[in-house]
Design a protein around this ligand. Structure first.
Ligand code: UD1
Ligand code: UDP
Length: 365
């Protein structure tokens, strides 16, 4: 069986790593599953791409389509044009896409139009917020896909509501958590740890990259101001996404001794920081899952989430997008009143094994 695996952006690399390792292991047991790895080039900086391939032992992609940058339509169209050529030249029995980035949707459309089956990993999650490009990507991908690998029972129910038969939905768990659990013993101190003399639970980690939070100067500044004021003087470590960095270049910030802007970190260093933090403040989706599994309080600066289990079961809370909401939330944290949380069902480090098992069942050996 020939599988084409798609990855384009930082969270994709973290999700495909365990799938590739599970396929490699199964191949050693002589299953006939060959894969071709296609990098769309959506993320291209060394710190947003290469670092993850090296750290997570992902093989060199068979091809890189080089489709980074541009508007939503430009990027999606560029990936579609390039991936159509790629898939015609290298036909597959199945194209596997992960997550909800533009690469996920663009490659699903191309594959279906070339009459190739599509499997979606992390299918069925929904924020119902169509102002987010990711929600559109999820909806389109799930309308087209043939096989659906889900992180929760809830995601499966969402898919069934669309009329997708349960026989094509496989509740396997969370591949992002596979990577987390497999690499936890390898987490390592980033340079900022010794530079600032950081100590366990004595600092906050911040990440922000959603257009709704960073594209508007006044709002972005108000967020940073509110976080600095409410952080009890604790250092706030902010690994800045390149999208956010571009905005910060033209955003004069008054110097604050507690706010530390650094380059994006590699996976092992970033999660070392998260694992030892007092709390994480973020608008990322993946980070809410990782903090849930590590039991670290997570304050999400969004009005909704496609990952409700991180709130109902885990350590995440939706703080919203009003900077005034940060102070009371951090007050609750410092008062020791943050919930403890538990780990969602099947987030046990074996999701990728289950995916490969299903593929073997579907396509024979
Ligand atoms: C994308 C995903 C988002 C995901 C995020 C993960 C979509 C619609 N958005 O957002 O769901 O949470 O990745 O990080 O797919 N840039 C660089 N270097 C890079 C990558 C990006 O400079 O390596 C800059 C470029 O100016 C680029 C901009 O960031 O135009 C936005 O990148 P893009 O991939 O379009 O969206 P993200 O904001 O990264
Ligand atoms: N991450 C990282 N270094 C950083 C910031 C994030 O390795 O400096 C990892 C993080 O552990 C998680 C993933 O990147 O696995 C989340 O990616 P991001 O927030 O960019 O995307 P989202 O999950 O919001 O789509």
């Amino acid at each position: 069986m020939k599988l084409t695996l798609i990855a384009g952006a930082r969270p994709n690399f973290i999700k495909i790593a365990p799938i590739i390792h599970a396929i490699d292991e199964q191949q050693e047991m002589s299953i006939n599953l060959r894969y071709r790895l296609v990098h769309t080039g959506q993320h291209y900086d060394q710190k947003m791409s290469d670092t993850f391939f090296k750290e997570l032992n992902i093989p060199e992609p068979d091809t890189n389509l080089g489709c980074g940058g541009g508007t939503q339509a430009e990027q999606t169209a560029a990936i579609m044009v390039a991936f159509e050529k790629e898939l015609i030249a290298n036909p597959a029995d199945l194209v596997m896409v992960v997550g909800d980035v533009n690469s996920t949707m663009a490659c699903s459309i191309v594959a279906k139009k070339l009459l190739t089956k599509v499997a979606h990993v992390e299918a069925g999650i929904r924020s119902y917020d169509l102002t987010m490009p990711e929600e559109i990507n999820r909806m389109v991908t799930d309308c087209l896909a043939d096989y659906f690998f889900t992180t929760t029972e809830w995601a499966g129910k969402n898919l069934q509501k669309l009329g997708i038969p349960k026989e094509r939905i496989f509740f396997v768990g969370n591949v992002m958590i596979d990577t987390l659990l497999q690499n936890r013993p390898r987490f390592r101190k980033p340079a900022i740890w010794d530079k600032l003399g950081l100590k366990k639970e004595n600092y906050l980690v911040l990440t922000l990259h959603r257009p709704a939070n960073v594209d508007e100067d006044t709002k972005f500044k108000a967020f940073l101001q509110a976080i600095i004021e409410a952080s009890n003087g604790l250092p706030v470590i902010f690994p800045v996404h390149p999208r956010t960095a571009k905005i910060l270049e033209s955003l004069p910030l008054s110097h604050s001794p507690s706010l530390h802007l650094i380059d994006p970190l590699g996976y092992l260093e970033f999660n070392f920081l998260v694992q030892n933090a007092k709390a994480v403040i973020t608008d990322s989706g993946g980070i809410t899952e990782e903090t849930t599994v590590m039991g670290i309080p997570c304050l999400t600066l969004r009005d909704n989430t496609e990952r409700p289990e991180t709130i109902t079961i885990g350590t995440n809370e939706l703080i919203g997008t009003d900077p005034a909401a940060i102070k009371p939330a951090l007050k609750k944290l410092f008062a020791g009143e943050w919930k403890k949380g538990e780990i969602p069902e099947l987030w046990d480090g074996r999701a990728a094994d289950r995916i490969v098992e299903k593929l073997t069942g579907l396509y024979g050996n």
